[in-house]
Design a protein around this ligand. Sequence first.
Ligand SMILES: Cc1cc2nc3c(=O)[nH]c(=O)nc-3n(C[C@H](O)[C@H](O)[C@H](O)COP(=O)(O)OP(=O)(O)OC[C@H]3O[C@@H](n4cnc5c(N)ncnc54)[C@H](O)[C@@H]3O)c2cc1C
Ligand code: SF4
Length: 482
Amino acid sequence: MAENPMLKFVRLSQRFPEKRAAEQRNTDFAEISTSFSPAEAQNQSSRCSQCGVPYCSVHCPLHNHIPDWLRLTAEGRLREAYELSSATSTMPEICGRICPQDRLCEGNCVIEFSGHGAVTIGSVEKYINDTAWENGWVEPLAPLADRGQSVAVIGSGPAGLSAAERLRLKGYEVHVYDRHDRAGGLLTYGIPGFKLEKEVVDRRIKRLADGGIIFHLNFEVGRDATMEQLQQRHDAVLIATGVYKARQIKAPGASLTGIVEALDYLTASNRQGFGDTVPEIEDGSLNAAGKRVVVVGGGDTAMDCVRTAIRQGARSVRCLYRRDRDNMPGSQREVKNAEEEGVEFVWLAAPEAFLGTDHVTGVRVATMRLGAPDASGRRSPEPDPGAEYDLEADLVIKALGFEPEDLPKLFDADGLTVTRWGTVRVDHKTMQTNLDGVFAAGDIVRGASLVVWAIRDGLDVAAHIHTYLAAKAQTKREKVAA
Ligand SMILES: Cc1cc2nc3c(=O)[nH]c(=O)nc-3n(C[C@H](O)[C@H](O)[C@H](O)COP(=O)(O)OP(=O)(O)OC[C@H]3O[C@@H](n4cnc5c(N)ncnc54)[C@H](O)[C@@H]3O)c2cc1C
Ligand code: SF4
């Protein structure tokens, strides 16, 4: 009989204690991208056919010069490959690790189309840029002369940090405000360490702080300053606050203890990885060790939760998703990884009720079937009447996605216009909100998206803020002259 994959994972982990220790520290166990030797990186890069139309670059949100840096890597010209790769991205080694390449660059590689397997672009990008860090090729920021103007960036996720870097380089005084005690946004407290080692994020943030960007941590806009106060202190403001309001499940028993939010669960695990004392890990409320875990949701956050639960030593981990495998939003590669680690996927399943008197003991599951495609093109799930069953559970993690918080209320800025989904409304030509000198970028404009799109937005908004501030400075000069 085939061995239970979860037991196999645990057995193999126990055979490699140093690997197990690394998992527990939540570091250096990156599995999304392969770690290459120089020969492997060269080999992989030389597979690029240098085709006339680089579909990979077209489908990369940063339009990275992929075929060119693959060619340089194949020729062993790594430093040049690094310079080209870092010219279009503020965090190339991070994207190399966590972009869903199967949906972006690699999914559009012509070699993949011809059935020979895509060039592993993300792994090469990670390799080139990790090598640059190891060899000291990543240089400190070199800002232009001080322009005498300052910018407030609210939010230190990839959108805020990318904008901050580009604006600082132009010579602006840049202040980044974040309500967390560490910068990085979801790079730091959302995405687990086994996908993105925290040292990799930290060294980027340190480079920015060393380059003169001023970080105000534990600073919550709305609590520690209003939007108006920031507008008075700075010449421009960027809102890059991401989306954090968790979608809820409306079902009987949803308020039982033992039913927790995905981001609380992942943040606790990430804090533990940093070496913080986390009472909720110690008292077990946000710790899957020894528990029967049910995760509800089918996106990337759900995948991170199931894989974290496995690493914490859960007794069993099930993922309930209301559509089928073909219609799930999460990366297929992550599903495969999770299955290999022992996660059981329960497709076409939605929680109908949570069982238990005080603490959750189980989930009543309604079997779903797929109806006609909805507006997004995915087939809508509907309950299959009479097909219900119960699953035992000691810990239920809700991972149904995120929506924007009520920013006008939170920031005491009634005049700030938002869309009917609560995302900040911007003029897409300038990325400016309806408030003069206030811009917005990243998930708070797009809705929950990807790191690489947040970087794209951060770079674009920095260019727009620069145009705005340069015009403002010019007007001031003209007034003085007149
Ligand atoms: C669990 C999880 C896993 C993910 N995995 C991946 C992945 O593998 N690959 C991928 O490409 N994408 C992934 N994503 C999506 C990706 O992380 C986001 O799209 C990206 O981080 C958005 O960047 P951002 O800068 O807009 O916002 P965020 O990264 O969310 O940063 C926003 C920052 O604003 C701060 N902030 C919010 N409100 C205030 C306030 N009032 N005052 C001060 N500061 C404030 C927050 O503390 C936070 O630091 C994942 C998301 C989640 C939730
Ligand atoms: S940034 Fe993402 S999509 Fe672009 S080349 Fe790198 S891994 Fe691919």
